[in-house]
Design a protein around this ligand. Structure first.
Ligand code: GNR
Ligand code: NI
Length: 171
């Protein structure tokens, strides 16, 4: 396995729609393993392929708690096939927008259809943190960041703070 570099916003790659995976093969399985290693090292609870510079529809997640056994999830071509009418607000962060957090409103529950690491079609229904993360990661595949769900005022504030943070890191 290999740890990959995470792209930080603003970057055109993060704004680009990712293409569908045609075949779940060893290349895709290695990509998902490398993404999981990168996600656990960060640490984070999810990661989308565009964040590591790969514009293909692949995401990984693990929302298990600190004291629980790891529960890595690998999803290829994930699609939201149902979303609840009721909405929920959750504080979100993003490994591509380090150190910045904001409340985001999204459907409280979703059903997602995807291909697993063997190319078998599956569905997962989720609420809570898993529902938030699935929507956050699928957004990445469409070039959408959590700040795109905020008002322009809040978005600009976060992007300015991120630019400051980047400068402090470089120094
Ligand atoms: O690690 C992450 N934590 C998180 C917390 C609340 C809502 C969404 C997330 S996803 C984020 C990792 C990431 O940037 N995935 O794209
Ligand atoms: Ni993110």
């Amino acid at each position: 396995m290999a740890k990959l570099n995470i792209i930080i916003a603003p970057d055109p790659v993060l704004k680009t729609k990712a293409r569908k995976v045609e075949k779940v093969d060893d290349r895709i399985r290695k990509l998902m393993d490398d993404m999981l290693e990168t996600m656990y090292a960060a640490p984070g609870v999810g990661l989308a392929a565009p964040q590591v510079g790969v514009l293909e529809r692949v995401i990984v997640l693990d929302v298990a708690g600190k004291d629980e056994e790891p529960r890595p999830m690998r999803l290829v071509n994930p699609e939201i096939v149902w979303a609840s009418e009721d909405l929920a607000v959750a504080q979100e962060g993003c490994l591509s927008i380090p150190e910045q957090w904001a409340d985001v409103t999204r459907p409280a529950a979703v059903k997602v259809r995807y291909l697993d690491e063997n190319g078998t079609q599956r569905e997962v229904e989720a609420d809570g943190l898993l529902a938030v993360c699935l929507q956050h990661e699928i957004d990445h595949l469409d070039g959408v960041l959590f700040v795109d769900h905020l008002s322009p005022l809040k978005r600009n504030m976060i992007m300015r703070k991120l630019a400051k943070w980047k400068k402090s890191q470089a120094a």
